[in-house]
Design a protein around this ligand. Structure first.
Ligand code: GDP
Length: 415
């Protein structure tokens, strides 16, 4: 059983924050494979995959009006403030109820907008009961400028319930701008960031026993300051089976996030391939188009996960006052299905397999039917993830107006 020896080794490649299967399940599957109890191994894999697919994720975001809560929620969901499903920004809170905002691409992910505790008459305990605290995976407390005692009391109550909370201080960009404007001589970015973080931590610590987690964020640009750290911390703290859906729900705004999505999807594709491989009796044959039932659909799904779907590309182009075609020139995916350089998708796939084998030292021969499907999905995945990184880099350069970033084509695409 070729998969058995590589099963454990495969998952060792991934960092804790992107691992979508628990150590316990990995060991259990390995043991069954080694004991040749394949049906049992498949059952565990099926259960793991089902848990990953079905995992609901409910994120509670609370904070007083004006702190940037709605803007933060839209940023988390990847929804522009002017889009029709956006959480309304700049509005005065009038409701004492929570409002659900579903993720536009992932129906299992819901971000709940909770009224700031200060705008209600509840005690922290009553507030949590009223807001159905047991339904969330974690709480994010949003605050801006001055620290509110209410927030500390709420944090304490959440911790007492044994739940995780993360304290997010928004509008960091404004703090930096103001300081630079008014104290240009003594301005020191790192010092100011530390001062704000200490200010929040010290206030929180007065009510809590443990070191609070404080993240400094600008909703104007969530690829900066502590937002990426917040993403990583949330991924680490979530149970393994929920990491997949959370990483997919994140916007592809940093290379680290893109790679985290890639890692997460690779593990899922691997688990599916092991399951199929153990069960496989189908010999290799037929056209590539038969290998994956919905070739286009699978690929379009990956494009969408990495922010390369038509709607997302149009948004990027609009932001930068360019046309989508200006971007597509620098991306590989539009050529994947075309006869690029007279290469068919089959040719590209075999080059890719050869490339992977040269990296991992595995044999190219004996590429069986289910392995072909596995490699094809990996080719799709790598193409989409590499394009997302290329888009990120070219966006950064376009913003600086120094011309486009031309991504180097992956080796396996060279003629
Ligand atoms: P909410 O009332 O807490 O939901 O706050 P909103 O999201 O409506 O934001 C209130 C105002 O602050 C709006 O004008 C936002 O554009 C602005 N805002 C929100 N977050 C930030 C941020 O991180 N930086 C800056 N500069 N402005 C922000």
């Amino acid at each position: 059983m070729a998969w058995a020896s590589s099963f454990d080794a495969f998952f060792k490649n991934f960092k804790r924050e992107s691992k979508i299967i628990s150590e316990y399940d990995i060991t259990l599957i390995m043991t069954y494979i080694e004991e040749n109890k394949l049906q049992k191994a498949v059952s565990v894999i099926e259960k793991v995959l089902r848990d990953i697919e079905d995992a609901p994720l409910n994120i509670a975001v609370t904070g007083e009006t004006g702190t940037g809560k709605s803007t933060f929620i839209n940023a988390l969901r990847g929804v522009g403030h002017e889009e029709k499903d956006a959480a309304p920004t700049g509005a005065i809170e009038t409701t004492m109820k929570r409002t659900p905002y579903p993720h536009p691409k992932l129906p299992n992910v819901t971000i709940w907008d909770l009224p700031g505790i200060g705008s209600t008459t509840f005690t922290p305990q009553n507030y949590l009961t009223e807001m159905k605290f047991g339904e969330y995976d974690f709480f994010i407390i949003i605050s801006a400028t001055r620290f509110k005692e209410n927030d500390a009391q709420l944090a304490k109550a959440i911790a007492q319930m044994g739940m995780n909370f993360y304290f997010v201080r928004t509008k960091i960009d404004s703090d930096l701008d103001n300081e630079q404007k008014f104290k240009p001589k003594s301005f020191n970015k790192e010092k100011l960031l530390k001062k704000i973080k200490d200010y929040c931590s010290n206030h929180l610590q007065e009510s809590l026993y443990s070191e609070p987690l404080v993240f400094l964020v600008s909703n104007v640009d969530i690829s900066k300051y502590d937002f990426p750290k917040l993403e990583t911390k949330l991924l680490q703290d979530l149970p393994a089976h929920k990491r997949h859906v959370f990483s997919l729900s994140l916007q592809s705004l940093t290379e680290a996030t893109i790679n985290c999505k890639r890692d997460s999807l690779k593990q899922k594709v691997f688990l599916e391939a092991v399951k199929a491989g153990v069960l496989a009796t189908i010999p290799l044959g037929g056209m590539i188009s038969d290998i994956l039932e919905n070739l286009d659909e699978t690929f379009n799904l990956y494009r969408s996960y990495f922010g390369l779907d038509d709607a997302s590309l149009e948004n990027v182009a609009k932001d930068l006052n360019m046309s989508v075609d200006d971007f597509k020139v620098h991306l590989r995916f539009p050529h994947l299905f075309s006869e690029h350089n007279d290469e068919s998708l089959e040719d590209k796939l075999f080059k890719y397999i050869k490339h992977i084998s040269s990296v991992t030292g595995g044999p190219v021969a004996a590429v069986t039917y289910y392995r072909m499907a596995y490699y094809l999905q990996n080719l799709f995945l790598d193409t989409a993830a590499n394009d997302a990184i290329a888009l990120l880099n070219s966006k950064a350069l376009f913003e600086k107006k120094v011309g486009p970033y031309i991504s180097k084509p992956p080796e396996y695409w060279e003629a």
